[in-house]
Write a protein that binds this ligand. Structure first.
Ligand code: CTP
Length: 421
Protein backbone atom coordinates (compact mmCIF):
# COMPACT_ATOMS: atom_id res chain seq x y z
CA UNK A 1 0.00 0.00 0.00
CA UNK A 2 1.53 3.24 -1.19
CA UNK A 3 0.50 5.24 1.89
CA UNK A 4 1.59 2.78 4.56
CA UNK A 5 3.95 4.37 7.11
CA UNK A 6 4.02 7.67 5.19
CA UNK A 7 4.01 10.61 7.57
CA UNK A 8 1.40 13.14 6.59
CA UNK A 9 1.04 16.44 8.41
CA UNK A 10 -2.45 17.78 7.87
CA UNK A 11 -3.16 21.44 8.46
CA UNK A 12 -6.86 22.17 8.85
CA UNK A 13 -7.86 25.73 7.96
CA UNK A 14 -11.03 27.45 9.09
CA UNK A 15 -13.64 26.57 6.49
CA UNK A 16 -16.90 24.67 6.34
CA UNK A 17 -15.11 22.00 4.24
CA UNK A 18 -13.13 21.01 7.36
CA UNK A 19 -15.69 18.25 7.95
CA UNK A 20 -14.41 16.52 4.80
CA UNK A 21 -10.91 16.55 6.28
CA UNK A 22 -12.17 14.30 9.08
CA UNK A 23 -13.07 11.71 6.45
CA UNK A 24 -9.67 12.22 4.79
CA UNK A 25 -7.90 11.55 8.11
CA UNK A 26 -9.98 8.42 8.62
CA UNK A 27 -9.11 7.13 5.15
CA UNK A 28 -5.42 7.94 5.51
CA UNK A 29 -5.25 5.97 8.73
CA UNK A 30 -7.13 3.12 7.11
CA UNK A 31 -4.35 3.13 4.49
CA UNK A 32 -1.86 2.90 7.39
CA UNK A 33 -0.44 6.40 6.97
CA UNK A 34 0.88 8.15 10.08
CA UNK A 35 -1.16 11.30 10.48
CA UNK A 36 -0.38 14.36 12.58
CA UNK A 37 -2.81 17.24 12.62
CA UNK A 38 -2.45 20.97 13.13
CA UNK A 39 -5.53 23.17 13.39
CA UNK A 40 -5.77 26.92 13.00
CA UNK A 41 -7.81 28.87 15.54
CA UNK A 42 -10.52 29.35 12.90
CA UNK A 43 -10.61 25.60 12.16
CA UNK A 44 -11.78 25.00 15.73
CA UNK A 45 -14.99 26.85 14.87
CA UNK A 46 -15.84 24.13 12.35
CA UNK A 47 -14.58 20.86 13.81
CA UNK A 48 -13.60 20.07 17.38
CA UNK A 49 -10.14 19.15 18.56
CA UNK A 50 -11.65 16.12 20.23
CA UNK A 51 -13.06 14.64 17.01
CA UNK A 52 -9.80 15.34 15.15
CA UNK A 53 -7.75 13.77 17.95
CA UNK A 54 -9.97 10.68 18.08
CA UNK A 55 -9.76 10.14 14.33
CA UNK A 56 -6.05 10.89 13.97
CA UNK A 57 -5.19 8.79 17.00
CA UNK A 58 -2.93 11.46 18.44
CA UNK A 59 -2.51 14.91 19.83
CA UNK A 60 -3.76 17.89 17.85
CA UNK A 61 -1.26 20.75 17.55
CA UNK A 62 -2.66 24.26 17.55
CA UNK A 63 -0.51 26.55 19.65
CA UNK A 64 2.72 28.17 18.47
CA UNK A 65 3.83 29.02 21.98
CA UNK A 66 2.90 25.79 23.76
CA UNK A 67 5.65 24.91 26.18
CA UNK A 68 4.78 21.21 26.28
CA UNK A 69 4.66 20.92 22.48
CA UNK A 70 7.94 22.79 22.15
CA UNK A 71 9.75 20.55 24.63
CA UNK A 72 8.25 17.38 23.18
CA UNK A 73 8.78 18.00 19.47
CA UNK A 74 9.24 21.67 18.53
CA UNK A 75 7.52 23.33 15.63
CA UNK A 76 10.43 23.17 13.19
CA UNK A 77 10.74 19.45 13.82
CA UNK A 78 7.00 19.00 13.37
CA UNK A 79 7.21 20.37 9.84
CA UNK A 80 10.39 18.46 8.95
CA UNK A 81 9.31 15.10 10.36
CA UNK A 82 6.59 14.75 7.76
CA UNK A 83 6.88 13.28 4.26
CA UNK A 84 4.21 15.67 3.00
CA UNK A 85 2.25 18.65 4.31
CA UNK A 86 -1.41 18.78 3.29
CA UNK A 87 -3.45 21.94 3.83
CA UNK A 88 -7.15 21.02 3.77
CA UNK A 89 -9.16 23.12 3.60
CA UNK A 90 -6.80 25.84 2.41
CA UNK A 91 -8.67 29.09 3.02
CA UNK A 92 -8.04 32.33 1.12
CA UNK A 93 -6.36 33.63 4.27
CA UNK A 94 -3.97 30.67 4.56
CA UNK A 95 -3.07 30.86 0.85
CA UNK A 96 -2.37 34.59 1.25
CA UNK A 97 -0.16 33.97 4.28
CA UNK A 98 1.73 31.24 2.44
CA UNK A 99 2.21 33.37 -0.67
CA UNK A 100 3.60 36.25 1.39
CA UNK A 101 5.64 34.23 3.85
CA UNK A 102 3.69 35.31 6.94
CA UNK A 103 4.18 33.22 10.06
CA UNK A 104 1.97 34.45 12.89
CA UNK A 105 0.47 31.17 14.08
CA UNK A 106 1.51 27.52 14.23
CA UNK A 107 0.04 26.55 10.83
CA UNK A 108 1.67 29.37 8.86
CA UNK A 109 4.96 28.98 10.75
CA UNK A 110 5.14 25.28 9.86
CA UNK A 111 4.35 26.03 6.24
CA UNK A 112 7.18 28.56 6.12
CA UNK A 113 9.65 26.38 8.01
CA UNK A 114 9.14 23.12 6.16
CA UNK A 115 11.55 21.58 3.69
CA UNK A 116 8.91 19.15 2.39
CA UNK A 117 6.37 19.23 -0.42
CA UNK A 118 3.12 21.01 0.30
CA UNK A 119 -0.21 19.99 -1.21
CA UNK A 120 -3.10 22.41 -0.78
CA UNK A 121 -6.82 21.79 -1.25
CA UNK A 122 -8.43 25.22 -1.55
CA UNK A 123 -11.98 25.77 -0.32
CA UNK A 124 -13.73 29.10 -0.25
CA UNK A 125 -16.57 31.14 -1.64
CA UNK A 126 -16.49 31.38 -5.45
CA UNK A 127 -15.92 35.19 -5.43
CA UNK A 128 -13.08 34.82 -2.97
CA UNK A 129 -11.51 32.17 -5.20
CA UNK A 130 -11.93 34.22 -8.37
CA UNK A 131 -10.74 37.43 -6.72
CA UNK A 132 -7.55 38.60 -8.48
CA UNK A 133 -5.77 38.76 -5.11
CA UNK A 134 -6.39 35.04 -4.48
CA UNK A 135 -5.49 34.16 -8.06
CA UNK A 136 -2.23 36.12 -7.73
CA UNK A 137 -1.42 34.22 -4.54
CA UNK A 138 -2.23 30.91 -6.23
CA UNK A 139 0.04 31.75 -9.18
CA UNK A 140 2.86 32.68 -6.77
CA UNK A 141 2.45 29.45 -4.82
CA UNK A 142 2.38 27.36 -7.99
CA UNK A 143 5.59 29.04 -9.11
CA UNK A 144 7.07 28.15 -5.72
CA UNK A 145 6.24 24.49 -6.34
CA UNK A 146 3.21 24.18 -4.07
CA UNK A 147 0.88 21.45 -5.39
CA UNK A 148 -2.83 22.04 -5.79
CA UNK A 149 -5.79 19.71 -5.87
CA UNK A 150 -9.09 21.32 -6.81
CA UNK A 151 -11.09 23.33 -6.05
CA UNK A 152 -14.09 21.66 -7.67
CA UNK A 153 -17.03 23.37 -9.30
CA UNK A 154 -20.40 23.01 -7.63
CA UNK A 155 -23.07 24.31 -5.29
CA UNK A 156 -21.50 26.00 -2.33
CA UNK A 157 -22.57 26.03 1.29
CA UNK A 158 -23.16 29.79 0.92
CA UNK A 159 -25.76 29.22 -1.83
CA UNK A 160 -23.61 30.30 -4.80
CA UNK A 161 -22.33 28.12 -7.63
CA UNK A 162 -18.84 27.86 -9.13
CA UNK A 163 -15.27 26.87 -8.36
CA UNK A 164 -14.45 26.85 -4.66
CA UNK A 165 -15.55 23.51 -3.23
CA UNK A 166 -12.83 21.47 -1.64
CA UNK A 167 -12.02 18.27 -3.55
CA UNK A 168 -13.61 15.12 -2.19
CA UNK A 169 -11.56 12.91 0.15
CA UNK A 170 -11.13 10.26 -2.59
CA UNK A 171 -9.54 12.81 -4.95
CA UNK A 172 -7.40 14.14 -2.10
CA UNK A 173 -6.13 10.62 -1.39
CA UNK A 174 -5.08 10.15 -5.01
CA UNK A 175 -3.39 13.55 -5.02
CA UNK A 176 -1.55 12.71 -1.78
CA UNK A 177 -0.40 9.38 -3.15
CA UNK A 178 0.77 11.05 -6.34
CA UNK A 179 2.52 13.87 -4.46
CA UNK A 180 4.37 11.37 -2.30
CA UNK A 181 5.57 9.23 -5.13
CA UNK A 182 6.39 11.57 -7.92
CA UNK A 183 7.36 14.97 -9.00
CA UNK A 184 3.76 15.94 -9.49
CA UNK A 185 1.94 18.95 -10.70
CA UNK A 186 -1.63 18.68 -9.58
CA UNK A 187 -3.39 21.34 -11.53
CA UNK A 188 -6.10 23.82 -10.95
CA UNK A 189 -9.15 23.44 -13.14
CA UNK A 190 -8.12 24.69 -16.55
CA UNK A 191 -11.58 25.79 -17.67
CA UNK A 192 -10.68 29.49 -17.88
CA UNK A 193 -8.05 28.70 -20.53
CA UNK A 194 -9.94 26.01 -22.43
CA UNK A 195 -11.32 28.52 -24.91
CA UNK A 196 -7.75 29.21 -25.93
CA UNK A 197 -6.98 25.57 -26.82
CA UNK A 198 -6.12 25.40 -30.49
CA UNK A 199 -5.87 22.13 -32.39
CA UNK A 200 -6.66 23.62 -35.79
CA UNK A 201 -4.90 21.81 -38.62
CA UNK A 202 -4.45 18.73 -36.44
CA UNK A 203 -5.88 15.29 -37.07
CA UNK A 204 -7.18 13.34 -34.10
CA UNK A 205 -8.38 9.72 -34.02
CA UNK A 206 -10.54 8.65 -31.07
CA UNK A 207 -11.80 5.14 -30.34
CA UNK A 208 -14.84 4.87 -28.10
CA UNK A 209 -17.33 2.43 -26.61
CA UNK A 210 -17.10 -1.32 -26.17
CA UNK A 211 -16.46 -3.96 -28.79
CA UNK A 212 -18.80 -6.87 -29.38
CA UNK A 213 -17.17 -10.21 -30.05
CA UNK A 214 -19.62 -12.65 -31.62
CA UNK A 215 -20.14 -16.15 -30.22
CA UNK A 216 -22.73 -17.22 -32.77
CA UNK A 217 -25.22 -15.33 -34.99
CA UNK A 218 -27.23 -14.11 -31.97
CA UNK A 219 -24.80 -13.86 -29.05
CA UNK A 220 -21.71 -11.84 -28.27
CA UNK A 221 -19.19 -10.95 -25.53
CA UNK A 222 -19.40 -7.29 -24.48
CA UNK A 223 -18.61 -4.95 -21.58
CA UNK A 224 -20.27 -2.04 -19.76
CA UNK A 225 -18.56 0.83 -21.59
CA UNK A 226 -21.09 3.45 -22.71
CA UNK A 227 -18.75 5.46 -24.97
CA UNK A 228 -19.60 8.68 -23.11
CA UNK A 229 -16.00 9.61 -22.28
CA UNK A 230 -14.65 8.72 -25.74
CA UNK A 231 -17.41 10.60 -27.55
CA UNK A 232 -16.91 13.62 -25.25
CA UNK A 233 -13.20 13.61 -26.11
CA UNK A 234 -14.01 13.58 -29.84
CA UNK A 235 -16.38 16.53 -29.35
CA UNK A 236 -13.83 18.47 -27.26
CA UNK A 237 -11.08 17.88 -29.84
CA UNK A 238 -13.36 19.03 -32.65
CA UNK A 239 -14.37 22.10 -30.60
CA UNK A 240 -10.66 22.94 -30.33
CA UNK A 241 -10.46 22.95 -34.13
CA UNK A 242 -9.12 19.45 -34.87
CA UNK A 243 -10.25 17.26 -37.73
CA UNK A 244 -11.58 14.27 -35.78
CA UNK A 245 -12.27 10.70 -36.83
CA UNK A 246 -14.33 8.89 -34.18
CA UNK A 247 -14.24 5.10 -34.37
CA UNK A 248 -17.04 3.80 -32.25
CA UNK A 249 -18.03 0.36 -31.06
CA UNK A 250 -21.74 -0.35 -30.54
CA UNK A 251 -23.18 2.42 -28.33
CA UNK A 252 -26.60 3.98 -27.87
CA UNK A 253 -25.20 7.51 -28.18
CA UNK A 254 -25.98 9.47 -31.35
CA UNK A 255 -23.05 10.31 -33.66
CA UNK A 256 -21.70 13.70 -32.58
CA UNK A 257 -22.70 16.39 -35.07
CA UNK A 258 -20.04 17.34 -37.60
CA UNK A 259 -17.64 14.55 -36.61
CA UNK A 260 -16.74 11.80 -39.05
CA UNK A 261 -17.89 8.67 -37.19
CA UNK A 262 -17.06 5.13 -38.28
CA UNK A 263 -18.96 2.25 -36.72
CA UNK A 264 -17.39 -1.07 -35.88
CA UNK A 265 -18.39 -4.15 -33.89
CA UNK A 266 -15.25 -6.14 -33.11
CA UNK A 267 -11.70 -5.36 -31.98
CA UNK A 268 -10.38 -6.58 -35.34
CA UNK A 269 -12.70 -4.18 -37.18
CA UNK A 270 -11.70 -1.36 -34.83
CA UNK A 271 -8.01 -1.97 -35.54
CA UNK A 272 -8.63 -1.98 -39.29
CA UNK A 273 -10.62 1.28 -39.05
CA UNK A 274 -7.89 2.94 -36.97
CA UNK A 275 -5.17 1.87 -39.40
CA UNK A 276 -7.24 3.18 -42.30
CA UNK A 277 -7.68 6.53 -40.51
CA UNK A 278 -3.93 7.06 -39.89
CA UNK A 279 -1.89 9.24 -40.04
CA UNK A 280 -2.85 11.52 -37.19
CA UNK A 281 -1.29 13.92 -34.72
CA UNK A 282 -3.10 12.47 -31.71
CA UNK A 283 -4.51 8.99 -31.12
CA UNK A 284 -6.85 8.61 -28.15
CA UNK A 285 -7.66 5.00 -27.31
CA UNK A 286 -10.72 5.44 -25.12
CA UNK A 287 -12.53 2.31 -26.27
CA UNK A 288 -12.94 -0.61 -23.89
CA UNK A 289 -11.62 -3.11 -26.40
CA UNK A 290 -12.39 -6.74 -25.60
CA UNK A 291 -9.15 -8.54 -24.82
CA UNK A 292 -10.56 -11.80 -26.14
CA UNK A 293 -12.66 -13.02 -29.04
CA UNK A 294 -14.25 -16.40 -29.56
CA UNK A 295 -11.71 -18.57 -31.36
CA UNK A 296 -14.26 -20.16 -33.67
CA UNK A 297 -17.52 -18.31 -34.20
CA UNK A 298 -20.37 -20.77 -34.66
CA UNK A 299 -22.21 -20.35 -37.94
CA UNK A 300 -25.47 -21.55 -36.42
CA UNK A 301 -27.01 -20.61 -33.09
CA UNK A 302 -25.40 -22.86 -30.47
CA UNK A 303 -27.95 -25.25 -28.98
CA UNK A 304 -28.17 -26.01 -25.27
CA UNK A 305 -27.88 -29.78 -25.66
CA UNK A 306 -27.77 -32.07 -22.68
CA UNK A 307 -24.51 -30.83 -21.06
CA UNK A 308 -24.95 -28.53 -18.06
CA UNK A 309 -21.68 -26.70 -18.72
CA UNK A 310 -20.21 -25.37 -21.94
CA UNK A 311 -16.70 -24.25 -22.83
CA UNK A 312 -15.90 -21.28 -25.02
CA UNK A 313 -12.42 -21.24 -26.50
CA UNK A 314 -11.07 -17.69 -26.67
CA UNK A 315 -8.28 -16.17 -28.71
CA UNK A 316 -6.48 -12.96 -27.80
CA UNK A 317 -7.45 -9.84 -29.72
CA UNK A 318 -4.84 -7.54 -31.24
CA UNK A 319 -3.90 -4.64 -28.97
CA UNK A 320 -4.89 -1.55 -30.95
CA UNK A 321 -3.16 0.95 -28.67
CA UNK A 322 0.09 -0.99 -28.72
CA UNK A 323 -0.08 -1.42 -32.50
CA UNK A 324 -0.53 2.33 -33.04
CA UNK A 325 2.16 3.25 -30.49
CA UNK A 326 4.62 0.95 -32.26
CA UNK A 327 3.63 1.96 -35.79
CA UNK A 328 6.75 2.10 -37.94
CA UNK A 329 5.66 4.77 -40.40
CA UNK A 330 2.67 6.63 -38.97
CA UNK A 331 3.01 6.81 -35.20
CA UNK A 332 0.98 9.82 -34.04
CA UNK A 333 2.98 12.40 -32.10
CA UNK A 334 0.81 11.82 -29.06
CA UNK A 335 -0.56 8.37 -28.25
CA UNK A 336 -2.99 8.30 -25.33
CA UNK A 337 -4.36 5.19 -23.66
CA UNK A 338 -6.80 4.59 -20.83
CA UNK A 339 -6.38 2.29 -17.86
CA UNK A 340 -9.62 1.26 -16.27
CA UNK A 341 -8.61 -0.39 -13.03
CA UNK A 342 -10.39 -1.78 -10.01
CA UNK A 343 -7.32 -1.69 -7.71
CA UNK A 344 -3.69 -0.49 -7.55
CA UNK A 345 -4.60 2.11 -10.15
CA UNK A 346 -1.37 4.12 -10.32
CA UNK A 347 0.99 1.14 -10.38
CA UNK A 348 -1.00 -0.57 -13.09
CA UNK A 349 -1.32 2.63 -15.14
CA UNK A 350 2.43 3.10 -15.06
CA UNK A 351 3.03 -0.51 -16.04
CA UNK A 352 0.59 -0.06 -18.93
CA UNK A 353 2.34 3.14 -20.06
CA UNK A 354 5.62 1.24 -20.36
CA UNK A 355 4.15 -1.95 -21.80
CA UNK A 356 2.10 -0.24 -24.50
CA UNK A 357 4.73 2.39 -25.36
CA UNK A 358 2.26 5.24 -25.26
CA UNK A 359 2.91 8.82 -24.15
CA UNK A 360 0.07 9.17 -21.67
CA UNK A 361 -2.22 6.87 -19.75
CA UNK A 362 -5.46 8.25 -18.37
CA UNK A 363 -6.11 6.18 -15.29
CA UNK A 364 -9.52 5.80 -13.78
CA UNK A 365 -10.92 3.73 -11.00
CA UNK A 366 -13.83 1.68 -12.28
CA UNK A 367 -14.21 -0.39 -9.13
CA UNK A 368 -17.59 -1.14 -7.59
CA UNK A 369 -19.15 2.07 -6.30
CA UNK A 370 -17.12 4.37 -8.61
CA UNK A 371 -20.09 4.59 -10.99
CA UNK A 372 -17.71 5.50 -13.85
CA UNK A 373 -18.66 2.87 -16.45
CA UNK A 374 -21.90 4.13 -17.93
CA UNK A 375 -22.10 7.05 -15.45
CA UNK A 376 -21.88 10.77 -16.27
CA UNK A 377 -18.90 11.60 -14.07
CA UNK A 378 -15.30 10.55 -14.05
CA UNK A 379 -12.25 11.15 -11.90
CA UNK A 380 -9.11 10.69 -13.93
CA UNK A 381 -5.39 10.83 -13.26
CA UNK A 382 -3.03 11.72 -16.10
CA UNK A 383 0.03 9.49 -15.98
CA UNK A 384 3.07 10.20 -18.14
CA UNK A 385 6.67 9.09 -17.76
CA UNK A 386 7.71 11.95 -15.49
CA UNK A 387 4.46 13.26 -14.04
CA UNK A 388 1.18 12.34 -12.43
CA UNK A 389 -1.71 14.77 -12.39
CA UNK A 390 -4.95 14.03 -10.58
CA UNK A 391 -7.97 15.94 -11.87
CA UNK A 392 -11.01 16.44 -9.65
CA UNK A 393 -14.14 14.35 -10.18
CA UNK A 394 -16.16 16.09 -12.88
CA UNK A 395 -18.74 15.63 -15.54
CA UNK A 396 -17.28 13.60 -18.47
CA UNK A 397 -17.64 16.57 -20.87
CA UNK A 398 -15.55 18.74 -18.55
CA UNK A 399 -13.01 15.92 -18.10
CA UNK A 400 -12.77 15.76 -21.90
CA UNK A 401 -12.21 19.53 -22.25
CA UNK A 402 -9.50 19.52 -19.62
CA UNK A 403 -7.77 16.49 -21.12
CA UNK A 404 -7.80 17.99 -24.61
CA UNK A 405 -6.31 21.21 -23.17
CA UNK A 406 -3.51 19.11 -21.60
CA UNK A 407 -2.87 17.20 -24.82
CA UNK A 408 -2.63 20.44 -26.80
CA UNK A 409 -0.18 21.84 -24.25
CA UNK A 410 1.90 18.67 -24.37
CA UNK A 411 2.05 18.65 -28.15
CA UNK A 412 3.21 22.23 -28.12
CA UNK A 413 6.02 21.56 -25.64
CA UNK A 414 6.95 18.29 -27.35
CA UNK A 415 8.01 19.55 -30.73
CA UNK A 416 6.44 22.86 -31.62
CA UNK A 417 3.42 22.84 -33.87
CA UNK A 418 3.07 20.76 -37.02
CA UNK A 419 0.40 18.52 -38.41
CA UNK A 420 -0.64 15.79 -40.74
CA UNK A 421 -3.08 18.22 -42.35
N1 CTP B 1 -6.68 -1.50 -25.67
C1 CTP B 1 -6.55 -1.68 -27.04
N2 CTP B 1 -6.71 -2.93 -27.58
C2 CTP B 1 -6.96 -3.98 -26.80
C3 CTP B 1 -7.10 -3.82 -25.40
C4 CTP B 1 -6.95 -2.57 -24.88
O1 CTP B 1 -6.32 -0.70 -27.75
N3 CTP B 1 -7.11 -5.17 -27.37
C5 CTP B 1 -6.48 -0.16 -25.11
C6 CTP B 1 -7.69 0.48 -24.49
O2 CTP B 1 -8.38 1.27 -25.43
C7 CTP B 1 -7.07 1.34 -23.40
C8 CTP B 1 -5.82 0.58 -23.01
O3 CTP B 1 -5.54 -0.29 -24.09
O4 CTP B 1 -6.67 2.59 -23.89
C9 CTP B 1 -5.90 -0.20 -21.77
O5 CTP B 1 -6.99 -1.06 -21.76
P1 CTP B 1 -7.26 -2.04 -20.55
O6 CTP B 1 -8.40 -2.93 -20.88
O7 CTP B 1 -7.32 -1.25 -19.28
O8 CTP B 1 -5.89 -2.83 -20.51
P2 CTP B 1 -5.46 -4.20 -21.03
O9 CTP B 1 -4.35 -4.05 -21.99
O10 CTP B 1 -6.65 -4.95 -21.53
O11 CTP B 1 -4.89 -4.85 -19.73
P3 CTP B 1 -5.66 -5.56 -18.53
O12 CTP B 1 -6.97 -6.05 -19.07
O13 CTP B 1 -4.72 -6.63 -18.15
O14 CTP B 1 -5.80 -4.51 -17.47
Amino acid sequence: MALARKRILIIIGGGIAAYKTLELIRRLREAEAEVRVVMTEAAKQFVTELSVASLSGGKVFADLFSLTDETEIGHIQLSRDADLLVVAPATADLLAKMAHGLANDLASTLLLATNKKILVAPAMNVRMWLNPATQRNVATLQKDGVLFVGPDDGDMACGEYGPGRMSEPAALLIAIEAALRHDTAIPLPVSPHVGAVDLSGMRVIVTSGPTHEPIDPVRYIANRSSGKQGHALAVAAAAAGAKVVLISGPVVLPDPKGIETRHVQTAAEMLAAVEAALPADIFISAAAVADWRVAEIAEEKIKKGVETTAVLKLAQNPDILHTVAEHKTARPRLVVGFAAETSEMLDRAQAKLARKHCDIIIANDVGAGSDVMGGDENQVTIVSEDKIQALPRMNKDEVARQLIARFAELLQTKSGRGSHG
